[in-house]
Design a protein around this ligand. Structure first.
Ligand code: 5AD
Ligand code: SF4
Length: 450
């Protein structure tokens, strides 16, 4: 790592998007701390402001553009170096670099974080010599087939859960999705490297580890698949709970389901993104399974892991989705009865297969109508499922404290990922508490310690 001789080293960082970005920000913190930077919590105090961004849906980037203007404004003429990191950096590189109103100093894609000290130094040195239009932009948005950051130990904020990326990238090219272009091809970390990190996390007091990957269950390293990896991780004694996200339905062999069923530490919750219940739309999305395949997989999962909770992702209003296609999605939701669902209106992303081959032809008003009725249905299902928990006892792991408006509340999760509130009493973070569920809504259960 190069040594940079200057005094502007206070960094403010803000994270958008998925858990992988939260984890990547921890990598960025680690890399910059090692290079002599410090972090500040307020943007006004920073010399360098970093926005770790997401490109998956359109409104995500508008939010970032607004924030860039806000940060410049709050510095009122004082200089601040602004860098855009993450998926937007790769997806919107030209706009970001050439947009004069935004006036960004540098961009770095998800595989370039080790070069951050260099990129920042380039901007700061340039700033000393040039102002305004003469300043060059620094950038590195190259994607790597190998970078896994296996040699960087993330600077985590502490707490109960630790994120840990075991693979990065995606090879699936679902037609709606920008991820393969912003994050590149799949690559996995060596199992012994992952296990060593999990061991260290246990020693540092983390109770839970969540294994991450764009297609976490497509993990593959020299003959070791995801089932092998998660089994090895579950042998680390000091870690008490293991979760993983986000998997693809195509990679659930029985071997993996048996490992999940067999190991009490591996939580009985699977996020299984379906995207649509219509075969015509699934085909256009390039999801590689049919509605029937998906339902068969759900039945297999429920048979091998009794009591498993399932959640999903659904997109409404994909190109050429008709009322009948949407009805198929609703009927699949009724049939599976997911515990919860993340629902999205289709938003066309630059560079994707869908943006080149199909028209984004479902009216916004129809997308809104569909997402409203999908959410209403899911709320009904979630509430029905949660009601079945009333009067039953569950063990929860306390993961968070209430905010200043509700300081006496703790938040925990059951093994099957239900969020439970609990009066704090004598309990604290990282503790397992047996509770009886006394009330529920569609999103959260209320527990009383027993
Ligand atoms: N428009 C809307 N939703 C999308 N997702 C991914 N790409 C898009 C898009 N272009 C959703 C999918 C995915 C989740 C992370 O985001 O449902 O599973
Ligand atoms: Fe995107 Fe599909 Fe890859 Fe998931 S599997 S990141 S939805 S292309």
């Amino acid at each position: 790592m190069i040594d940079i001789q200057y005094d502007k080293k206070r960094v403010f960082v803000e994270t958008y998007g998925c858990q992988m970005n939260v984890y990547d920000t921890e990598l960025v913190r680690s890399i910059l701390l090692k290079a002599g930077y410090s972090f500040v919590a307020k943007e006004q105090e920073a010399d360098i402001a970093l926005l770790n961004t997401c490109a998956i849906r359109e409104h995500a980037h508008q939010k970032v553009y607004n924030r860039i203007h806000e940060i410049r404004r709050c510095h009122q003429g004082k200089s601040v170096v602004i860098g855009v990191l993450g998926c937007m950096a790769t997806n919107l590189r030209t706009d970001l670099l050439e947009n004069r109103r935004l006036n960004i100093d540098f961009i770095a894609g998800p595989d370039s974080y080790k070069r951050l000290p260099e990129l920042i130094a380039q901007c700061v040195n340039d700033e000393k010599q040039w102002t305004g239009d003469k300043r060059r932009k620094a950038y590195d948005v190259r994607l790597s087939e190998f970078e896994t950051y296996a040699d960087v130990y993330p600077e985590r904020p502490g707490g109960v859960n630790a994120w840990l990326a075991v693979m990065r990238g995606c090879n699936n090219f679902c037609t709606f999705c920008v991820v393969p272009y912003t994050r590149g091809r799949e690559r996995s970390r060596a199992p012994e490297n992952v296990v060593a990190e999990v061991r260290r996390l246990g020693q540092e007091g983390f109770k839970q580890v969540t294994l991450l990957g764009q297609n976490v269950n497509s993990y593959y390293y020299q003959g070791h698949d995801f089932a092998d990896l998660i089994e090895e991780v579950s042998r680390v004694e000091t870690i008490e709970r293991i979760r993983f996200t986000s998997p693809h339905p195509k990679d659930f062999p029985e071997k993996l389901l048996n490992v999940i069923a067999r190991h009490p530490k591996i939580c009985k919750h699977i996020h299984l993104p379906v995207q649509s219940g219509s075969n015509r739309i699934l085909e256009r999305m390039g999801r590689t399974y049919t509605r029937e395949d998906f339902l068969e997989l759900v039945a297999k999962i429920q048979r091998i892991i009794p009591g498993v909770a399932l959640s999903t992702d659904v997109i409404v209003g994909f190109c050429a989705e008709t009322d009948a296609d949407f009805e198929d999605t609703l009927s699949l939701m009724r049939e599976v009865e997911f515990d919860s669902a993340f629902t999205f209106k289709y938003s066309q992303r630059k560079g994707t297969i869908a943006s080149r081959q199909y028209k984004d032809d479902v009216f916004e008003a129809i997308k809104t109508e569909r997402i409203v009725s999908l959410n209403a249905l899911q709320k009904e299902i979630s509430l029905k499922k949660n009601r079945a928990y009333i009067s039953h006892c569950h063990e929860i792991l306390i993961e968070n404290k209430g905010n200043k408006h509700s300081p006496d509340i703790l938040y925990g999760r059951t093994d099957d990922n239900k969020l439970v509130t609990l009066a704090s009493g004598n309990h604290g973070l990282g503790e397992f508490v047996k509770v009886r569920i006394v009330d529920v809504s569609a999103n959260v259960l209320k527990g009383v310690a027993i």
